[in-house]
Design a protein around this ligand. Structure first.
Ligand code: PMP
Length: 390
């Protein structure tokens, strides 16, 4: 018999059990959470589109037209004009011939890797890749070879060892560190070894590159460098879902072979319409990215003045490494007491001894919000000083 009581007790004793906060307000910097007014620095709504009036209006209008649910999978009768138009917009946005919608980024990764690789093939992964890519490798049955974080030489050694069809997959922007993968060198290494590069750009889409076209565009890379691009829609784009963009054959193949595409309900058409509106705002409103960069600089300069070493990152993910899990929690609690929500990220999300405060910024933040965060960090510095490894 499965003894859940025992398992839960063990998880609680090890500090691994999680709890959820109850949110009573829309997405945005100022929220009511657990009955308390709080300034939040934890969402992935990097462009501030998750509560945009035009996006919400599209959602309402499309709900009148299509109803609330799609009712079936894309291959039955779930694929509406709204889904199709969004796929075309995503193809244009990414500069690729075609794009395919998935219901979540997790599913896009499982389905894509599983369709491209099987037993006898090889999946090469950065050690810090997102959990969905790790699970994708396990499910695919391919041999998994990992390399040290962002280490192109180590990746190249794994490429040399690989056999069968080989896919090198990396996050574009690492979700818990905020750094950008060395994509030009990885693309060169993959090509030299006849392997494909797949980039999971969940945190780069909307944020990096001209028009927010993502981390590949940030480096001037395209389809020939990374034939498979996965992006999510629930972060900077502010809605929900994900897509894979690539050439005609990749998308046609995934339509028939990606199990998480075939065997799941299409996202509601209204979400697709809202996403098309959000994507258009994301690509044309450069001021959101410019404001975000100004906030990042303000935070980094302010933290430096306080003697707090944020991890090296040019993206809206600005983590402060603490190390010990209990100390990271204590620091997050101290910030909460100062009216600021920054989550403590602990194992298994990050490696043992690598617990951190994951600060994320959004274009919806104002400079004054960053100043309040810095004040709260200063006020909790006594706690933090005891936590931060020398
Ligand atoms: N990849 C990365 C790098 C992510 O950070 C996430 C979300 N945390 C996902 C994939 C999964 O995306 P979704 O939330 O749409 O399932």
């Amino acid at each position: 018999m499965i003894n859940l009581g025992e398992r839960l007790a063990a998880r609680r004793a090890a500090g691994r059990q999680r709890f959820r906060r109850l949110v009573e307000s829309p997405a945005g910097p100022l929220q009511k959470i657990d009955g308390r007014e709080i300034l939040a620095f934890c969402s992935n709504d990097y462009l501030g589109l998750a509560n945009h009036p035009e996006v919400a209006a599209s959602l309402r209008e499309a709900t009148h037209r299509y109803g609330s649910g799609s009712g079936s999978a894309h291959l039955i009768n779930g694929h509406t004009h709204a889904h199709h138009a969004l796929e075309e917009a995503l193809a244009e946005f990414t500069g690729r011939p075609r794009a395919l919608l998935f219901s979540t980024g997790y599913m896009a990764n499982l389905g894509t890797v599983g369709a491209l690789l099987g037993r006898g093939d090889c999946l090469i992964e950065d050690r810090l890749n997102h959990a969905s890519l790790i699970d994708a490798g396990t499910l695919s049955g391919a041999k998994r070879l990992r390399y040290a974080h962002a280490d192109v030489e180590a990746a190249t050694r794994q490429l040399a060892r690989a056999s069968g069809e080989t896919l090198l997959v990396t996050d574009g922007v690492f979700s818990m560190d905020g750094d950008i993968a060395p994509l030009p060198a990885l693309a060169r290494a993959a090509r030299a070894h006849d392997a494909w590069l797949m980039v999971d750009d969940a945190h780069g889409i909307g944020v990096l590159g001209p028009g927010g076209r993502g981390s590949l565009a940030h480096f001037g890379l395209g389809l020939n460098d990374a034939p498979v691009l996965m992006g999510t829609l629930g972060k900077a784009i502010g809605t929900a879902g994900a897509f894979v963009a690539g050439d005609e054959d990749l998308i046609e193949y995934l339509i028939g072979a990606a199990r998480t595409y075939l065997f799941t309900t299409a996202m509601p058409a209204a979400i697709a319409e809202a996403t098309r509106t959000a994507l258009s705002l994301a690509s044309r409103e450069d001021w959101r990215r410019e404001h975000l960069q100004a906030l990042i600089a303000r935070l980094r300069n302010g933290a430096e003045a306080l003697g707090l070493a944020l991890m090296p990152s040019q993206t809206p993910i600005q983590p402060l490494l603490i190390g010990d899990s209990a100390q990271a929690l204590a620091a997050a609690d101290a910030l909460w007491e100062h009216g600021v929500l920054v989550p403590a990220i602990r194992p298994p999300t990050v490696a043992e001894g690598q617990a951190r405060l994951r600060i994320t910024l959004s274009a919806a933040h104002e400079s004054a919000h960053v100043d309040r965060l810095l004040e709260a960090l200063a006020a909790t510095q006594a706690v933090l000083a005891a936590q931060t490894p020398a």
